[in-house]
Design a protein around this ligand. Structure first.
Ligand code: UDX
Length: 447
């Protein structure tokens, strides 16, 4: 099938590459000329395992092309995906200007039937807005052309995006049109073998499904973080509690890891957007507002532990930071806990020596050159001359470090661990002051 994808961001690029891989002819359109030129040369704007060879291979075989020519894109595909960004605007609502701009472009150039598919995470009611926008633009052109708008939210995880897209758990499609159902079945047939993963529903339910999924997962995390704070104050160990509750299949082991707060491009933005949507219709979501507040508080936890240890005197201290990305296997630092920590440290007059296996360039891009940020080439180098170590991201190669080296290199044997990588008892035996998350009375930091 002929497919066009508007927006070569995370979602658009991965979806496009995977659709091309199974044989569809995909044209990707983006307004960013630089990005398009880079992609043609096999330079991928994001770090995502498996994505570079996948894009290269499909580009070389001609199944995927990149262009800034929107007209060409509209003329190409019967299936027109909108996968542009929906950044939060000032009050946290999703900003739809890019989605509506693409809808307007499609209406401008289309000359036959199109299925316009919202792939971006968009507030409930957006498909109706796209429908109205396209209908108005077509009427202004005096064009009487049939089209449908469908919602097809994406559930991929960063760091596993290619695998998630190749083997989706479910394919949610919001539409009330039989014609769209048939076309979407054809489009996704290669991903829908073994058992039927396609779930058709009305458009608004599909739009809400995406928010509900992310908000449910964010709620699980905030709930566990809340429990971890209680565990600390009550002298219990959240890791034991986690195992105890996870063994109940109604709760399950997934997404109940306590930590230094959730980040990334989805959870913070989507929880906030649903809170705003609720407020906009006169409904106050007590639960989601609390999920957000707990997460804010949790991101301050690393700094609170450092303050506790150093009696709130961090001026001129040097803090080693391991892990900058919001989670492992990505270079993405959007809403990362490391940022909250580093910014608090700078405010307190401390210096940061940071290491991340992938996100160093991203960190440099965000913060530029500053005297109080040193990006170090290895995790060991980050420790040199530092007063304490903070772990923000659970990258695999942080899991079994040389503790003797850490002990002899740091000025003080202090580790603040935002991801519970080590056993508190063993750490105490090794002579460290070890501040984990919710791990009983081995150490009792006060948040
Ligand atoms: C998420 C959803 O998982 C995905 O389905 C959706 O399409 C986009 O948003 P992503 O943002 O890539 O994906 O990351 P995810 O692996 O879900 O982690 C999000 C954040 O939650 C990370 O900061 C992670 O460290 C944190 N997290 C996750 C926890 O703190 N505890 C957990 O138990 C799980």
């Amino acid at each position: 099938m002929k497919v066009t994808v508007f927006g070569i961001g995370y979602v658009g690029l991965v979806q496009a590459a995977v659709l091309a891989e199974v044989g569809h002819e995909v044209v990707c359109v983006d307004v960013d000329q630089n990005k398009v030129e880079n992609l043609k040369q096999g330079i991928i704007p994001i770090y995502e395992p498996g994505l570079t060879p996948l894009v290269k291979e499909n580009y070389e075989s001609g199944r995927i092309t990149f262009t800034t020519d929107a007209e060409l894109g509209v003329k190409h595909g019967q299936m027109q995906f909108i996968a542009v960004g929906t950044p939060p605007d000032e009050d946290g609502s999703a900003d739809l200007q890019y989605v509506l701009a693409v809808a307007g472009t499609i209406a401008k150039y289309m000359d036959d039937y199109k299925v316009i598919i919202d792939k971006s995470t968009v507030p409930v009611g957006t498909a109706d807005k796209v429908q109205a926008h396209v209908a108005t633009a077509l009427a202004e052109r005096g064009a009487d052309i049939d089209f449908d708008v469908a919602s097809n939210p994406e559930f991929l995880k960063e760091g596993a995006a290619v695998a998630d897209c190749r083997k989706p758990d479910r394919i949610v499609i919001g539409t009330d049109s039989e014609r769209v159902e048939k076309l979407m079945r054809e489009l996704y047939a290669p991903f829908n073998r073994n058992h039927d993963k396609i779930i058709f529903m009305d458009v608004r339910s599909a739009e809400l499904t995406k928010y509900a999924a992310n908000c449910m997962l964010a709620t699980k995390i905030s709930f566990m973080n809340e429990m971890s704070n209680l565990a600390e104050k009550l002298g219990a160990d959240i890791e034991q509690v986690r195992k105890g509750i996870g063994s109940d299949p109604r709760i399950g082991y997934h997404f109940i890891y306590p930590g230094c707060g959730y980040g990334g491009s989805c959870f913070p933005k989507d929880v906030q957007a649903l809170v705003r949507t609720s407020q906009g219709i006169g409904y106050q979501s007590e639960l989601l507002e609390a999920v957000e507040r707990v997460n804010y508080r949790q991101k301050d936890k690393l700094m609170a532990n450092l303050n506790h240890h150093f009696n709130s005197d961090l001026k001129d201290k040097t803090i080693a930071v391991w892990g900058l990305s919001f989670k492992p296997n990505t270079d993405d630092m959007r809403e990362a806990s490391s940022r909250v920590l580093m910014e608090s440290l700078w405010q307190a007059g401390a210096k940061v020596q940071a290491f991340d296996p992938e996100a160093m360039e991203e960190c440099q891009r965000i913060y530029g050159n500053r005297d109080d940020l040193l990006l170090m080439g290895t995790k060991e180098a980050a420790l040199q001359g530092a007063d304490a170590l903070v772990i923000c991201t659970e990258w695999t190669n942080f899991r079994a470090p040389d503790f003797d080296f850490i002990a002899t290199t740091l000025k003080e044997k202090v580790i603040v661990d935002g991801r519970n990588l080590f056993e508190p008892v063993l750490m105490q035996e090794r002579g460290f002051s070890y501040y984990a998350i919710g791990r009983g009375d081995s150490i009792r930091p006060v948040i």
